[in-house]
Design a protein around this ligand. Structure first.
Ligand code: TRP
Length: 446
């Protein structure tokens, strides 16, 4: 921490893994992943996605954690300390991406809170009448309500970030992440046993490779970075609170695995139900919010299940939002010497205000940009442009610029398995940069 005191640290290694997994697991897994799969052809997208996590995601994750732990600073400060020159620009880009992502993330997270309440106020009845989509559209076209929920969500996020690392963030992740996992398992059982679930399982798991286009690759890469919280220094910032004893590759692998599992399970809940209820898989950002009420409606005590699910989704979103705000807050604390309170509250309010156009765009009150509403545009710029570029530079930094430092950090003074860093460094040097650059360019052309 700044102000002359010692930097805050995670209470334990499992605390770090849960917090990093808490950052990774969020709306990206349960809201964004299914609708991306739905819009990009189903199982073929899933396959490309998983391949990209293995090849690129893990390596960039390890790179970010190593940078942060070595420098013990925020995203910008870390690059300044380890190398300087133009490299801090990568951190700057990350802080900017944090502003953009959290601005609309807060809007969607607000939906989850509204849906907790709606679970008890007519949502189940509407679903029984086949009107879950009407409830959704009615809600998002009422910007007053959407913005009020967004405001409430942001206040909670800011408050936890203001309380600081060990006391705030870690505590909440320890119990609630496993609960979310368990609930997903229960919902899968309900979803796959619905009548007509089979075609959803096919759509989700039986790849049709003709569906892979430049657009699919770009979307899958953007989804991988978004879901793993990579490319903007979030894992740099979290890594900076990690003690020197911890062995990094295992931690990175666990976070990647947990995140991918949750997304995969979420798909197994959503797609059987999408087909069973005749919902359009390419329906876009509303997909999860329209599909799930139908599933709950088919369960005894549906409103309680529904409320519980949206509560856990809210918590998952909260632990992710916290990490986004933490990137911005740590920057203002370390670099501008602001207090934690001033950084968190000032920037949190600014980000809330930035999110308002996303809410208005959903209600059709703003013009569209090339067919995308405001939220979609912000999401596209952040996920498909800023995050992959950030990841590209982070890989290059570790592969070519700060290589010896990275080796040392990952070797962990001999406690990590010897030689593990060799293939990782080659991925950072060649494989990841080429793959990202290729996908980035074909994606943009497409
Ligand atoms: N990964 C989170 C999710 O899946 C969102 C998120 C948190 C994020 N921190 C991030 C995305 C940093 C990109 C970068 O919901």
């Amino acid at each position: 921490m700044s102000n002359g005191t010692e930097r805050e640290q995670w209470g334990s290694k499992i605390g770090f893994i849960l917090a990093a997994a808490g950052s990774a697991v969020g709306l990206g897994n349960i809201w964004r992943f299914p609708y991306m799969v739905g819009q990009n052809g189903g199982a073929a997208f899933v396959l490309v996605y998983v391949a990209l996590i293995f090849i690129i995601g893990f390596s960039v994750m390890l790179a970010e954690i190593a940078i942060g732990r070595a420098a013990q600073l925020n995203a910008v400060g870390s690059f300044k300390k380890l190398k300087g020159g133009v490299w801090p620009l990568v951190g700057w880009m990350g802080v900017a991406a944090g502003f953009i992502i959290l601005s609309y993330y807060g809007v969607i997270a607000g939906w989850t809170m509204a849906y907790i309440v709606k679970s008890f106020t007519g949502l189940m009845g509407a679903a029984a009448d086949g009107a879950a989509a009407d409830v959704f559209v009615g809600f998002i076209t009422n910007p007053g309500a959407v913005i009020a929920w967004q405001a409430l969500f942001m206040v909670i996020t800011i408050y936890i970030v203001y309380k600081g690392i060990g006391g705030g963030i870690e505590k909440y992740c320890k119990v609630l992440m496993p609960a979310l996992f368990l609930l997903l398992l229960i919902l899968i059982v309900r979803s796959v046993t619905l009548e007509g679930a089979g075609s959803g399982i096919n759509f989700y798991l039986k790849p049709d490779f003709s569906k892979i286009t430049g657009g699919t690759l770009g979307a899958a890469l953007g989804q991988a970075f978004f879901s793993l919280s990579l490319g903007m220094g979030c894992m740099i910032t979290y890594g900076s609170y990690l003690g020197k004893k911890e062995v990094l590759p295992g931690a990175a692998a666990q976070v990647c695995f947990l995140d991918t599992m949750v997304a995969f399970l979420a798909g197994l809940v959503i797609f059987p139900a999408v087909f069973a209820f005749g919902i359009e898989p390419g329906a876009g950002p509303g997909l999860t919010f329209i599909t799930l009420p139908n599933v709950f409606g088919q369960m005894p005590g549906g409103s309680v299940w529904s409320a519980l699910f949206f509560l856990l989704l809210f918590v998952a979103a909260l632990t992710s939002a916290i990490s986004l705000l933490e990137v911005v807050t740590a920057y203002f604390m370390d670099e501008m010497k602001w207090s934690r309170a001033k950084s968190a509250w000032t920037m949190g309010v600014v980000i809330f205000l930035l999110g308002i156009p996303s809410a208005l765009g959903l209600a059709g009150m703003l013009p569209k940009f090339g067919g995308r509403d405001f939220l979609d545009s912000a999401d596209f710029i952040a996920s498909n442009v800023l995050l992959p570029l950030g990841g590209l530079f982070i890989a290059l930094f570790v592969g070519w610029v700060w290589t010896d430092g990275a080796k040392q950090e990952v070797e962990n003074s001999g406690t990590a398995p010897f030689g593990l860093y060799v293939p990782w460094l080659w991925v950072c040097r060649i494989v990841a940069p080429l793959a990202i650059a290729y996908i980035f360019i074909t994606g943009l052309k497409w």
